[in-house]
Write a protein that binds this ligand. Structure first.
Ligand code: FAD
Length: 248
């Protein structure tokens, strides 16, 4: 079979999709599409696939029966810019290949995440890892935002001062906060990307990582729409996605 060509997916390559205040998701490259899943599955089923003539039916059958290896034939390479506290959660997904910006080699840029005022919430009383829907008074929001911005500026000013004093970058950076942005290339196959999305788009995941997951879900939808539709159908109703943001 010839190299799969998907003009809609090709049109996404190298576009920067904004996430949070300074973050990005960029699809650097991809390999395969729905047809790569079908192609790989037919190697294992051979004549058996005669019963499942439609590609869509085969893909849905595979996902329903957890025959997941054909989904590993599709790969995505992303360039992601994200706050370090999001990166700490993200890196737990061991099934990807990662190469991150080096704060030992390069000077960290002065880019910090500051939440929108509307996102400043009390601790949830029903979810130990989540936010309450109860409104926080403006005065408290203001205090939080002022503190975040001031302390970020102060930490970065000291960092810059020590770098200019000739201190090793690997030491100068150690007191920079988790709100600082980092970047990485992140390559993963579709099977493991579905696993990542299932966990990170779920409402129990931290809001900021959900934001990245939603953009990536839209990209997956464009690269392999049939597999994505099948994946969506496996999601529990509890975690039905908010409407996807970008319609490419
Ligand atoms: C809402 C939420 C809350 C969380 N809270 C916490 C927390 O409080 N503390 C915390 O430490 N983490 C927490 N995590 C992280 C979580 O425990 C996982 O580390 C993370 O979701 C990555 O999942 P994974 O290991 O399945 O993914 P991957 O690392 O991508 O692995 C994919 C799959 O490969 C298999 N696998 C990979 N490595 C191994 C291995 N060494 N042995 C056996 N099987 C393996 C497993 O089947 C695994 O599911 C949380 C995650 C979520 C989504």
């Amino acid at each position: 079979m010839a190299h799969a060509h998907n003009p809609q997916a090709d049109a996404l390559l190298d576009k920067e999709f904004k996430v949070l205040d300074h973050g990005i998701v960029r699809l650097v490259d991809y390999m395969g599409s729905d047809s790569a899943i079908v192609q790989a599955a037919r190697v294992s089923y051979g004549e058996g696939t005669k019963q499942v003539t439609q590609d869509r039916g085969l893909i849905r059958y595979l996902l329903r029966h957890k025959h997941t290896t054909p989904f590993e034939m599709v790969e995505f390479k992303f360039h992601i810019k994200l706050p370090i506290f999001v990166a700490r959660q993200w890196i737990r997904h061991r099934s990807a290949n990662v190469n991150e910006y080096s704060g030992r080699y390069s000077v960290m840029r002065e880019e910090f995440f500051v939440p929108d005022a509307a996102e400043i919430r009390y601790q949830s009383t029903v979810n130990k890892q989540g936010r309450s829907t109860e409104e926080v008074p403006d005065e408290l929001k203001k205090r939080v935002l002022e503190y975040l911005v001031e302390s970020q500026k102060e930490a970065y000013a000291k960092y810059s001062e020590f770098v200019e004093d000739g201190l090793a970058r690997e030491l100068a950076r150690i007191n920079l906060p988790l709100s600082l942005y980092t970047e990485w290339y992140w390559k993963i196959d579709l099977h493991n990307l579905f696993h990542f999305l299932r966990l990170r788009i779920d409402p129990h995941a931290q809001k900021e990582i959900q934001e990245y997951g939603l953009v990536m879900a839209d990209i997956v939808k464009t690269v392999c729409p049939v597999a994505f539709e099948a994946f969506m159908d496996t999601m529990s109703t509890r975690s039905v996605f908010p409407v996807l943001r970008w319609q490419f």
